[in-house]
Design a protein around this ligand. Sequence first.
Ligand code: PMP
Length: 355
Amino acid sequence: MIAIKETSDPYARRLIGLKGMIGNTPLLAIHFNFNGRERVIHAKAEHMNMTGSIKDRMAYHILADAYRLGRLQPEDTIVEATSGNTGISFAALGRALGHPVEIFMPDWMSQERVSLIRSLGAKICPVSREQGGFHGSIRFSEQRAGASPHVFLPCQFSNCANVEAHEETTGPEIWRQLEVLSKEPDAFVAGVGTGGTIMGVGRYLRRRRKAIKIHPVEPSESPTLSTGHKVGQHRIQGVSDEFIPAIVDLNELDHVIAVNDGDAILMAQKLARDLGLAVGISSGANFIAALMAQNELGADAVVATVFADSNKKYLSTDLLRDEPVREGYLSPKISLSHFEAVRKYKDCQATCGSY
Ligand code: PMP
């Protein structure tokens, strides 16, 4: 647990301010009908974090942890290779803490992403396909760090603080918000990008309930976890990169659930159109995966997941186009009804500070 007390240290004061904008998101109990039966799936509204995604938790935890341990100095430049939410989180939090921020990313990323990161005051270092694309971005960021002692590399794919962020905040929040509903989770599912969410939440929930199922989720079109390497292409941005991250230990997890990217898109569209929940494609995938886990355990099983981000970065993608319905998809059989939003914790007047 990172304890940053009331202090005159301006850096710590900034951390305390940011802490109040991250985590403690509502848990949504989403009621729907599937094959003629009423069901409920629980999802953390992570799109309500400071920059609109779950990655704020990881970025905050890594920066606060490194500062506390003396590994990050106030004048250091934060350098990260990323194309998505991580870049936006490090840009916002890094700049708010007074650091220069440099983001290495493939040069074919959408203009919205580039503009968002730039608008937050970070420098974009584009990397072409010829220079190695995503792998090239990682190599350049490491070279940049090697050339200067004043560079901080968060290393989200291998940094244990990424897992800790979820073990100490997201996991306990899910447990305590389900308590308000007098429930305990039977399963947790989450799409794997770095694996921080599934490993951290999984570890915490398994400590509380040994029999819980913890399922990682991947796109059927590109099953990196099942094969160990990059296969095919998929449209669920933020998950299933080109390798199994160092912080992921598949032995700690239950079987992988595969979701079609078209089904994920249709589900995300349905959440926005029918419930006003404007979430990204991986959130649609997580909902479908949660339903698949529930189908295995029984219609009344308590299954939790996360809505990792909002739809704002996907407005120029297939999320805003007509998606064809294919045989085997689950989303067409789901009729969304309403949701309850649990903001409080049992025995707490308001939300509880969790960092
Ligand atoms: N969904 C989206 C949209 C993401 O950006 C990420 C992070 N890459 C994930 C899911 C997966 O989260 P994690 O990195 O914790 O596995």
